[in-house]
Design a protein around this ligand. Structure first.
Ligand code: ASP
Ligand code: MG
Length: 407
């Protein structure tokens, strides 16, 4: 977040002195959001885009100064991260949005890793900087790069393993990768945890520690659920379910790779290196407290077949083909004789497109401003008592999961 956090990260590193460490860092503070704004400004023809990027560049150099980094070469390295992107912005738009997005937004991680690297070096950590794009190979799906596991594993073994043998701490970037042609890609927002997990898998790490601004994984988001408490131990499968239903604490793709190799994952509070936080392991024998996952901004979409035939498989396959094309995620669904009902996140443009694709064949009714509450390991009584809800529109229970769509 700021100079103090980077200083704290230095203290955490020193706590693990002597261990073989691979450190994956994300962008500083709100840099990724700011870089997204630069890209949007560029695409809307706003001349300010260049100045906005220069301001971010300046903030990184200012942060370096604040951390006492005054070696001119180090400062240049941090500043230079931004040069290629400034060139892109000074030119006409030459490439599609998603491509340009990745070239610009990836700078957040590159600059942050340089900044942290120079700071850690200045406090005496024996550290080396690695460009993760030399290791983490993806396909050309810009903004949601799909990992090429074979190449990535081979390169990780080659480059990372040998550096670890030299007993150096390695610092690298989360969230970004590169294609076969050395073009930068990103893995999707909040993807740095996923990078840590990919690299841990590839080098057979002993453990992964994700440092967060919360105590660990809680039984709910404390901002939305006031009785949330820390969960000290979780199984991989419970953690995957939680992420799938919308718990924001880890990137949903993080868990699978390390589960496959049985590498324990710790989610720990950044502010207290002595607190073990939450341990996620293969152990299945935990009894869980009620876990509450709240997704706001949901819409309930009711489709009724216009010709009054029954909703049949061909309707469903037609509807799902459209949902797939529009990348609309279905959270809850049900069909009756003439209705198909589902909920999704409200995204204005997508919902408008969906409407125009379906309105010839279906009557469409949309209820918005709803909340989807998923409760694991508890029943309806608990949900009604603990979580204030006015009207429930849809409720469903299966195994350990109860879901309620309400306002
Ligand atoms: N900096 C990226 C983002 O904000 C990746 C991450 O934070 O994990 O989405
Ligand atoms: Mg982040």
């Amino acid at each position: 977040k700021d100079a103090q956090s980077i200083t704290n990260a230095g203290a955490i590193l020193q706590h693990f002195d002597g261990d073989k460490l691979l450190l994956v860092v994300s962008a500083v503070n709100k840099t990724t959001n700011q870089l997204e704004k630069v890209v949007n400004a560029f695409f809307s023809g706003n001349e300010e885009a260049v100045h906005m990027l220069q301001a971010i560049q300046y903030e990184h150099v200012a942060l370096a100064n604040e951390l006492g980094i005054n070696d001119p070469e180090a400062l240049n390295e941090i500043e230079d991260c931004f040069i290629d992107a400034l060139w892109i912005l000074e030119d006409e738009i030459q490439d599609p949005y998603d491509y340009i997005y990745d070239q610009i937004v990836a700078l957040g991680e590159l600059a942050s890793s340089k900044l942290n690297y120079h700071y850690f070096k200045s406090i005496g950590v024996d550290i080396t900087w690695l460009d993760v794009r030399d290791v983490l190979r993806t396909d050309e799906s810009y903004r949601s790069g799909v990992v090429d596991w074979v190449t990535t594993e081979q390169k990780a073994k080659e480059k990372i393993a040998s550096l670890l043998l030299e007993n150096k701490v390695i610092i690298t970037q989360g969230f970004i990768g590169s294609t076969q042609d050395n073009t930068t890609t990103t893995l999707g927002r909040e993807g740095s945890d996923y990078t840590a997990s990919i690299l841990a898998y590839c080098v057979d790490a002993n453990s992964v520690h994700v440092w967060k601004d919360v105590e660990g994984i809680m039984t709910g988001d404390p901002k939305l659920y006031k009785n949330a408490t820390l969960i000290k131990q979780l199984s991989f499968s419970e953690a995957i379910e939680m992420c799938y239903f919308g718990a924001k604490v880890l990137h949903p793709k993080t868990i699978k790779p390390i589960q496959n190799k049985n590498i324990p994952l710790f989610v720990r509070p950044f502010g207290d290196v002595t607190n073990p936080g939450t341990a996620i392991t293969t152990d299945q024998n935990f009894v869980y407290p009620p876990i509450v996952i709240i997704e706001e901004n949901q819409v309930l979409i009711e489709l009724a077949v216009k010709d009054f035939s029954f909703v049949a498989e061909h309707h469903l396959s037609e509807i799902f083909a459209i949902l797939k094309d529009l990348k609309i995620k279905v959270y809850l669904m049900r069909n009756t004789a003439i209705n198909f009902i589902f909920s999704t996140k409200y995204e204005e443009v997508k919902i408008a497109k969906l409407n125009s694709c379906l309105e010839d064949s279906y009557f469409i009714n949309i209820t918005s401003d709803l909340t989807l509450t998923t409760v694991r390991h508890a029943d309806l009584d608990f949900a009604r008592k603990e979580l204030g809800m006015k009207k429930v529109f849809f409720e469903e229970q299966f195994s350990h999961t109860l879901q309620l769509l309400h306002n």
